[in-house]
Ligand binder design. Structure first.
Ligand code: SAH
Length: 289
C-alpha cells in the first residue's frame, strides 16, 4: 500500500533523488506579463491535485523558467514534463513506507540551491499552505534571507471533491466546512484535534491523509454523536484519469475502503453534500456501498 502522500510511483531510496531528463521540446505557452523568475529566488508553488489543467498560469510560468524543481510525491509526471529540458528535477517525497526526508533537510536544500543562484521551484501537490508544510519552508527561507514567492494551488479538499461532483458548500446543506488532517487520529499520542467539537460544530468534514486512520476517525465522530448512517465519500486519485469515488455511510467507512481496496491519495468527505454526488457527478468512476 502506498503512503498517505501517494508515493508508490516514486523511487524507493532514502536520499534526495535526481531524475534523468529526456530530450524534448520546451512547451510553448505564451505567458506575457507574468513575473520573471530571478536567480536566487525560491517559488513555493502548488501543483494542484493532479490534472495538469488545474495548474495556475503562475505555476506554468514557474515551470517554464525554473533551473531546479524540488518536487513532492503527489506531483505527476505530466506536470513535471512542463519544465525546461535543462531543468534539474529533485524528488523530495516519501518513499515506499519509509519516513519522509527530514523537513529540515528539504528546507536546507532549498536554501543552498538558492544560494547557488538557481531559480528554485519548490513544487507541492495541491496548495503549499494546506497540510503541505509550505509555511515551515517559507519560514526557513525568511530566516536565511532567501527571497521567495508563494503560488497557491487548488487543494484536493476543494478541487478534488469538485471533480467528484461534491461541492464543499451548498446553500441548502451547509454554511461551514472543516478541513482536518487524519494522519494522527486515534493513535496513542495525545489527540491533536477535538473530534467532539468538530463533530458538533461542522456539518461537513473534509479529511486529508485519513485513509490509514479511517476506522478510528469514524469511531471518534460516531462517539461524538454523528449518525452511523451519515453519508461519506472517498475520492481516490482525484482529478486524475484513475479517479474513483466510493460513497457509503460513516458506519461502513472502513469496510468500504477495504472492499474497494482504496489507496492513498484519497480525500474523505463526511456530510450531506455527499448526496449531490449522484446528481452532479461528471468525471471518473463512481461506486456505491
Ligand atoms: N497540500 C495538499 C495536501 C497534502 S496532504 C493539498 O492542498 O491538496 C496529502 C493528502 O492530500 C493525501 O493524503 C490526500 O488526502 C490528499 N490528496 C492530495 N492529492 C489528492 C488527490 N489527487 N486525490 C485524493 N486526495 C488527494
Amino acid at each position: 500500500m502506498a503512503d498517505e502522500d501517494g508515493s508508490k510511483t516514486h523511487p524507493k531510496k532514502q536520499e534526495i533523488v535526481r531524475l534523468e531528463r529526456t530530450d524534448r521540446p520546451a512547451p510553448e505557452i505564451s505567458l506575457h506579463g507574468l513575473p520573471e523568475f530571478l536567480p536566487g529566488w525560491v517559488w513555493l508553488t502548488g501543483a494542484g491535485p493532479g490534472d495538469p489543467g488545474l495548474l495556475t498560469l503562475h505555476a506554468v510560468n514557474a515551470l517554464q523558467q525554473a533551473d531546479c524543481v524540488v518536487y513532492d510525491a503527489l506531483v505527476s509526471e505530466d506536470i513535471l514534463s512542463l519544465t525546461r529540458t535543462e531543468a534539474e528535477l529533485v524528488y523530495s517525497g516519501k518513499r515506499g513506507g519509509k519516513p519522509s526526508l527530514r523537513q529540515e533537510d528539504i528546507s536546507r536544500q532549498l536554501v543552498s540551491l538558492a544560494q547557488e543562484k538557481k531559480r528554485v521551484l519548490r513544487l507541492k501537490g495541491g496548495d503549499p499552505f494546506v497540510f503541505g508544510r509550505g509555511g515551515e519552508e517559507a519560514q526557513v527561507l525568511v530566516q536565511a534571507q532567501i527571497p521567495f514567492r508563494l503560488i497557491p494551488g487548488i487543494s484536493a479538499g476543494v478541487g478534488g471533491l469538485g471533480y467528484a461532483g461534491i461541492p464543499v458548500t451548498h446553500r441548502e446543506v451547509n454554511h461551514a466546512v472543516t478541513f482536518v488532517t487524519g494522519h494522527l487520529a486515534g493513535k496513542d499520542a495525545p489527540e491533536l484535534l477535538d473530534w467532539g467539537a468538530i463533530a458538533k460544530a461542522t456539518p461537513v468534514i473534509v479529511i486529508y491523509m485519513g485513509m490509514s486512520r479511517l476506522e478510528a476517525i469514524a469511531d471518534l465522530l460516531m462517539e461524538a454523536g454523528r449518525d452511523r448512517g451519515e453519508k461519506i465519500a472517498i475520492v481516490t486519485q482525484a482529478t486524475m484519469p484513475e479517479q474513483r469515488v466510493v460513497t457509503g455511510t460513516l458506519g461502513s467507512a472502513a469496510a468500504l475502503a477495504a472492499k474497494h481496496n482504496l489507496q492513498p491519495p484519497s480525500i474523505i468527505v463526511i456530510g450531506d453534500v455527499v448526496d449531490l454526488h449522484g446528481e452532479l457527478s461528471w468525471f471518473g468512476t463512481a461506486f456505491e456501498g
